[in-house]
Design a protein around this ligand. Structure first.
Ligand code: DGT
Ligand code: CA
Ligand code: CA
Ligand code: ZN
Length: 588
């Protein structure tokens, strides 16, 4: 099997996992994506590496995947893969490469339209689109049919998919190459720049800055990266390489004396830099990645070792990278009035946590026991934690059954609570707001809870007005305190439903409800432009992870990054409150 074939197979496995349950298999999906990337960019055939008994030397490939590779080379197939791929039509693995169609959408299309022949799947789907059969599938509609048709034509013209990477995935690739760069004695420091440093939700290409006393040596080391596909460009101060699938990595080097200007320039954003240059030019100063020239004097280049020195020379405060989008941050920095942004260490608790308690939920159950998650909260130095499994399924249970399931979960929480010191546990639930606007749990059962997280998980195509009414009706219940993942978007998958956020903000502010910033990597919802609006409107926010497994509790940093991109300070974020104040808010 060639590297290309293995890459394709691994992508299929990752896709199959995400079709089956993208939450439950989050780490598997990430692992197979990473492994496929590593294999695609390997300059040596993996089979040769296997023959030499050196699979364990491959970066980006863990023990489990190594053993799958061994089985693959020994037997020609992997029984575990066969199980994972079972039930998924082969056409899915063709359609998922079309722009705007991800694995899940491909699966739905293949199933609903019986696209059973992978050879003709593209042509078949074009015919179905022209016959308006896509529009008839629930949640698709006419607009999405037109979008798909256009994408199919683009695909046929050879315009491949140029999806942006989600932030944690790009971060991992960047970390891998940074640890390689640091092996060179010529390289003093290596830092990811561009959209990664600004913590954009999605990343186009990866930019890395290096400080060195020997640019030549540093660049030679970079282009010798063993897992590249090819070198795109190699100069005396910059170079670019390509990993698989068009993942470009740009490298910039500078001597330590000029590193600050380089960091500033290549962190961007472009709009921030354009505005900053205009401002500097008015003072007769010319900015570049090398430093600042005073055009009024001799025009000699002045160098800056740190970004602080660079910004301070312009008589402004250093600006946190997450703010550098030309949204008014430059003007505030000139007046030294930048907000003090919330930090990860300000977070005192995580309130959106799905344990594996068998509550027989409407949607996915978590995978970790309440006790283990509560203990992990202590490691994270949290003061409190809230368990918010999905409500027991209403189609499967009577009201009384729902009541007793919640009561049993509560008893178990109390039992665990008594053995966990210093972390207070809240009894919450994530409750569906039904199409009618009613909550999926009745008042008697709601009385068992400290509070409820409410959210939309159905009928996404409802129009803006109706959806707003539905959300506000759900939030009106006195127990409903938090609106989870408010827009329902999934990065690279779907845009989410529409809401009238003026009304939502107004309501939340008046009634002390919090909007969630969900840290789940392909949600990151509220989106940061709406966070900024919410903050301006004085609406309280809460940053949660939506963890379904204990390690996912570490995702909090991405939600905090979004809050920072929206200029949120500690006082905007309700879960920075100490326990005594937080409990007052939730019981309010
Ligand atoms: P991306 O890669 O699409 O996620 O977004 P960025 O912001 O990382 O953009 P990228 O990689 O094209 O460039 C990185 C930074 O370098 C960018 O934020 C600003 C700076 N930069 C690069 N090229 C130019 C340019 O031609 N003009 C200006 N003003 N800035 C540039
Ligand atoms: Ca970039
Ligand atoms: Ca770039
Ligand atoms: Zn959830």
């Amino acid at each position: 099997m060639s590297n290309q074939e293995i890459t394709r197979l691994f992508r299929q496995v990752a896709a199959a996992y995400s079709i089956k349950d993208s939450k439950k298999f989050y780490f598997q999906i990430l692992a197979y994506q990473k492994a496929s990337e590593a294999i695609a960019s390997s300059t040596t055939e993996i089979k040769d590496i296997y023959r030499e008994g050196k699979l364990q030397t491959l970066p980006g490939i863990g023990a489990t995947i190594q053993s799958r590779l061994e089985e693959l080379f020994k037997k020609g197939s992997v029984s575990h893969f066969n199980a994972v791929l079972r039930g998924i039509p082969k056409s899915v693995f063709v359609l998922m490469y079309v722009p705007s169609i991800g694995p899940k959408k491909a699966y739905k299309l293949a199933k609903k339209l019986s696209l059973n022949n992978p050879e003709t799947a593209i042509e078949d789907l074009i015919i179905k689109a022209k016959n308006h059969q896509i529009a008839k599938i629930p949640t698709f509609g006419e607009k999405s049919e037109q979008d798909i048709l256009r994408a199919l034509f683009e695909y046929k013209e050879g315009k491949g998919k140029t999806t942006r990477m989600i932030l944690p995935f790009a971060t991992e690739i960047a970390e891998k190459i940074i640890s390689y760069l640091k092996q060179s004695p010529a390289i003093i420091e290596a830092i990811p720049l561009g959209s990664i440093r600004r913590m954009m939700p999605t990343i186009g290409d990866i930019d890395i800055a290096v400080t060195t006393s020997s640019p030549k040596e540093a660049i030679a080391h970079f282009v010798a990266y063993p897992y590249k596909e090819r070198v795109v460009e190699q100069g005396s101060e910059t170079a670019s390489i390509l990993t698989s699938g068009g993942r470009q990595i740009d490298l910039m080097v500078a001597f330590p004396a000029g590193f600050g200007a380089l960091l500033q320039h290549f962190t961007g954003s472009k709009d921030h830099n354009v505005r900053l240059r205009e401002y500097a030019l008015k003072q007769g100063l010319s900015l570049s990645e090398r430093g600042i020239k005073d055009l009024k004097k001799n025009g000699k280049l002045m160098k800056y070792a740190t970004e602080e020195k660079f910004y301070n020379f312009l008589e402004m405060s250093w600006i946190p990278p997450e703010m550098r989008e030309n949204k008014g941050e430059i003007e505030l920095a000139i007046q030294h009035k930048l907000p003090k942004l919330v930090e990860l260490s300000d977070i005192k608790g995580d309130l959106h946590i799905h344990s594996n308690f068998p509550i027989e939920p409407s949607h996915d159950l978590g995978q970790t026991d309440i006790k283990e998650m509560a203990e992990y909260a202590k490691k994270l130095k949290y003061e409190y934690l809230g368990f918010s499994e999905h409500n027991p399924s209403i189609s499967m249970h009577s009201k009384d059954e729902i009541y007793s399931l919640i009561a049993r979960r509560n008893e178990y929480i109390e039992h665990i609570s008594s053995s966990i010191k210093n972390v207070q546990i809240f009894k919450l639930l994530e409750i569906d707001i039904l199409s009618s606007g009613k909550l999926a749990v009745d008042d008697k059962s709601l009385e068992l809870l400290d509070g409820a997280i409410v959210s939309i998980h159905s009928s996404f195509s409802t129009n803006k007005q109706e959806m707003t009414k539905r959300v506000l009706a759900g939030l009106s219940h006195p127990k409903a305190k938090i609106l989870a993942h408010p827009t329902g978007r999934m990065l690279n998958e779907r845009p989410g439903y529409e809401l009238d956020f003026d009304q939502i903000f107004d309501f939340c502010k008046k009634n002390n409800k919090a909007l969630e910033i969900n840290s789940w990597p392909n949600r990151l919802d509220l989106p940061d432009p709406l966070i900024m609006e919410a903050v301006k409107n004085g609406v309280k926010l809460i940053i949660d992870t939506d963890s379904h497994e204990v390690r996912q509790m570490n995702l909090m940093k991405y939600g905090v990054a979004m809050a920072r991109r929206g200029w949120a300070t500690k006082s905007d974020i309700i879960n920075t409150l100490e326990f005594e104040d937080f409990i007052k808010w939730i019981k309010m």
